[in-house]
Design a protein around this ligand. Structure first.
Ligand code: 5RP
Length: 295
C-alpha cells in the first residue's frame, strides 16, 4: 500500500518565474525535447558553440596523413572535443564507447576520390544511427554539382528520418573543383540546406562577406578547417569565423595534421569558447606543445 500518510501540501510557488531559458541553438526553439537534447550534446549550453573534431575523411580518400590509425591518432583527442564527426565504421572500431563527445555520424557516401564526388547516396539507416546514440547525421550537399538534385533529395530524406527520431542533421557544403568559393555561393548553398531542413550547416570561411553567410542562414553555421595551414593562420580563421557569426568549427586537418594535435585542439577551444584572440591562442598552442615535448 502506498505510504500516503503525512504527505506535505505543495507550498512554494514562484509565479512569474520563467519555466525554462531560451534554447541556445539558433533556429531550434520549436524542435522537440529529444532533438534539442541531442543538439545540446554538440553545442555547449554555456557558450552556444562547438568544437567538433572531424575525421570522416577516410570515407572517400582512405587513410590520410594524421588518420593512419584512428585508435592511435584520434582516440586520445576525443575527450577534448565537444563533438566528433566520423563514419560508423570509425566509431565502432576505434573510439571508446565511454566517450562523452556528441556523436555526428557521416550518413552519405559512394564515390571515392577516383570518381565524381557528387554521386553520393544515403549510406546509413536511421535505426543504426539511434543504436549508436548519434546526436546528428552529416550529409554532403553539392549545390552546383553534377548530382546537385540527388544530394538535396538525400538531405531531405535524412531530415525526414531525423525529425521522426529526434536526431539532428548537419548539411555539409561540398565545394566542387569548379565552384567559386565566395560569400554569394555560400549564402546560396547554406540557405538551401537550412530551408531543406538541416539543423546545422557546415561551410567554409571566406574573407569577404562571411557575416552575410551566417546572417542569412537560419540555423547555426560551423566552419570546416580545410587544408592544413600554419597554426596561427588556422586560429585566425577560426577567430574571424566566430566573430562574424559562426557557432563553432568542424575542424579536421588543421588539428590532426598539426605536429601537436592536442595543443592545437586546446588552442581552438580557447578561440571558440573563451574568445581568445589568435595570438593568445597561438601562445597557448606553443606552451602546450612545449609541455608535451618536455614530458
Ligand atoms: C569531408 C568533411 C570533413 O569532415 C571536413 O571537410 C572537415 O575537415 P577539414 O577541417 O579537414 O576540412 O566533411 O567531406
Amino acid at each position: 500500500m502506498a505510504d500516503t500518510d503525512g504527505l506535505l501540501d505543495a507550498r512554494t510557488f514562484q509565479p512569474g518565474r520563467p519555466v525554462a531559458d531560451a534554447f541556445h541553438v539558433k533556429g531550434a526553439q520549436a524542435q522537440d525535447w529529444g532533438l534539442q537534447n541531442r543538439l545540446s550534446r554538440i553545442f555547449r549550453p554555456d557558450t552556444g558553440r562547438t568544437v567538433m573534431l572531424a575525421f570522416d575523411h577516410g570515407y572517400f580518400v582512405g587513410p590520410m596523413a594524421g588518420l593512419e590509425q584512428l585508435d592511435v591518432n584520434i582516440a586520445p583527442l576525443v575527450p577534448d572535443a565537444d563533438a566528433i564527426m566520423m563514419t560508423r565504421g570509425a566509431l565502432r572500431t576505434s573510439i571508446p564507447s565511454h566517450s562523452s563527445a556528441g556523436v555526428v555520424l557521416r550518413a552519405s557516401g559512394g564515390p571515392s576520390i577516383l570518381r565524381e564526388l557528387s554521386d553520393e547516396h544515403l549510406a546509413l539507416d536511421i535505426e543504426d544511427a539511434v543504436r549508436l546514440n548519434a546526436a546528428a547525421l552529416a550529409i554532403q550537399v553539392f549545390i552546383g554539382g553534377e548530382h546537385e538534385s540527388r544530394s538535396v533529395a538525400n538531405l531531405a530524406r535524412l531530415v525526414d528520418a531525423g525529425q521522426r527520431h529526434g536526431v539532428a542533421v548537419l548539411g555539409v557544403t561540398a565545394v566542387g573543383k569548379d565552384m567559386v568559393r565566395d560569400a554569394r555561393y555560400f549564402r546560396l548553398a547554406t540557405r538551401i540546406s537550412a530551408e531543406m531542413g538541416a539543423h546545422v550547416v557546415k561551410t567554409y570561411y571566406v574573407e569577404e562577406g562571411f557575416e552575410t553567410v551566417t546572417a542569412s542562414c537560419p540555423v547555426p553555421i560551423i566552419v570546416a578547417g580545410g587544408k592544413k595551414l600554419p597554426e596561427l593562420d588556422a586560429l585566425t580563421m577560426a577567430y574571424r569565423s566566430i566573430q562574424e557569426g559562426a557557432a563553432g568549427v568542424d575542424m579536421g586537418r588543421n588539428i590532426f595534421q598539426s605536429d601537436h594535435p592536442a595543443a592545437m585542439l586546446a588552442a581552438v577551444r580557447a578561440v571558440v569558447h573563451a574568445g581568445a584572440k589568435p595570438e593568445e591562442a597561438y601562445e597557448l598552442f606553443r606552451e602546450h606543445s612545449a609541455g608535451h615535448a618536455a614530458s
